[in-house]
Design a protein around this ligand. Structure first.
Ligand SMILES: Cc1ncc(COP(=O)(O)O)c(C=O)c1O
Length: 400
């Protein structure tokens, strides 16, 4: 029988279904007690003081940027090796994304390249770092923890501190990841998670902004921004019986519903198991692909624990078959794969948005050689072996 190995499957069973049905049978389906429960649970899991559930990882980034007060004439530095959301969230604030290249082994933003870019392209002025070219001001950095492996937060924090830049972390891939003994999320600034359907834990669509430390004022503002900038959300108005409200900020409509949160509450309980199973799948790939010179398997730094959202392999540039041909051959054998990421500056919108050519040699090189193999908690050892064996056969056929 022909194998069929999807790229990703959510880890959902009857427990999630029962909790969602319970909410649907109740009287309150939008943001309410389930969201509160979900937030409390995530605070405990991550060991942080603030957790604000929102409608997507994208919304988490947009709200965090809006509350940061960036505006037209500002720039935010990030990686082009990310999903469009990271750069679009910046653009939606009237702000311009600028990019630093990535590390060739982890795919994460390279702090050395951030420093180099700042030194070469910006001037220190009394009102901040001003671009010599565009005259705009660099205000912040958004690192992305690619594939679930934490970025180099020590040097990034040091650079941000030195130049007075804010940090917002894009942790869409990184729930459960640990960097130098600290869980991703435990930061004094916003860290944005995604609970999209293919993420390590899911609420269908959903996201969360978390922070640690004394950030009550910022939390209040972030919460208001997630529901139109309303002074009182629906549950508060319901509690007091007074229907009046005020719009305090130009917020978004980005709250999570109780239906989604009910799913999240069960998923969050499974996080330790999900993390263990994903890491087990990654270890099997490492085992079955060890010693295959034609590919490079993911490199996890010894002080990082990866959430293993992706298993990105790199093909040797000397291979005869192209990356795309290999993807097609894998598909013919019933193996679904993906590519992470099409660099931001390769998309047609961004090509027209950025008037001048952007050159990021490492980003472009890794993209041309990357394939993301299937990874999800339910993937069995035999399936991983089948993927690895098939991949080796296809590569063998395509050798020069
Ligand atoms: C790196 C990264 N950032 C942000 C997002 C956006 O998350 P969401 O789909 O929940 O809006 C994604 C989603 O795939 C992502 O991969």
């Amino acid at each position: 029988m022909k194998k069929n190995i999807p790229y990703s499957i959510p880890y959902i069973d009857d427990r999630e279904i029962a909790e969602v049905v319970k909410v649907l049978k109740g009287k309150w389906i939008t943001t309410g007690s389930e969201v509160k429960k979900f937030e409390a649970q995530m605070k405990k899991y991550l060991g942080v003081g603030t957790a604000i559930a929102v409608s997507s990882g994208t919304a988490a980034l947009e709200i965090s940027l809006a509350v940061q007060g960036v505006r037209e004439g500002d720039e935010v530095l990030t990686t082009a090796y990310t999903f469009a959301s990271t750069a679009l969230a910046i653009i939606h604030q009237g702000t311009v994304p600028v990019f630093a290249d990535i590390e060739p082994d982890t795919f994460n933003i390279d702090p050395g390249k951030i420093e180099e870019k700042i030194r070469q392209e910006y001037e220190i002025t009394s009102t901040g770092l001003q671009s010599k070219k565009s005259k705009r001001f660099l205000r912040g950095i958004i690192p992305v923890h690619f594939s679930g492996q934490p970025a180099e937060m020590g040097p990034i924090r040091e650079i941000a501190g030195r130049y007075d830049l804010f940090i917002i972390e894009d942790a869409a891939h990184a729930i459960g990841a640990v960097h130098k003994g600290e869980k991703i999320g435990k930061s004094p600034y916003p860290v944005c998670f995604s609970f999209y359907s293919n993420k390590n834990m899911t609420t269908g669509e959903g996201g969360m902004i978390v922070m640690d430390g004394d950030c009550r004022e910022r939390e209040k503002k972030l919460r208001m921004y997630s529901v139109h900038g309303l002074s009182k959300d629906a549950i508060e108005r319901d509690k007091t019986g007074l229907p009046f409200y005020d719009i305090v900020y130009p917020g978004l409509k980005a709250n999570l519903t109780d239906i989604q949160a009910a799913l999240g509450v069960v998923q969050a309980k499974k996080l330790p198991v999900i993390d263990r199973l994903r890491n087990r799948v990654a270890a099997w790939y490492d085992e079955f692909l060890a010693g295959v010179d034609e590919i490079t398997t993911p490199v996890i730094k010894e002080y990082n624990h990866s959430a293993r959202h992706l298993y990105p392999i790199l093909l040797n540039p000397k291979l005869k078959a192209s990356r795309d041909e290999i993807i097609i051959e894998l598909r013919k054998k019933g193996i679904c794969t993906s590519v992470h990421f099409i660099p931001i500056h390769f998309h047609s919108f961004f090509k027209s948005f950025f008037k001048e050519e952007i050159m990021l040699p490492v980003t472009e090189d890794l993209f041309s050689r990357e394939i993301s193999l299937p990874i999800y908690p339910g993937l069995e050892r035999n399936d991983v072996k089948y993927v690895a064996t098939t991949l080796k056969q296809i590569i063998g056929m395509g050798k020069k």
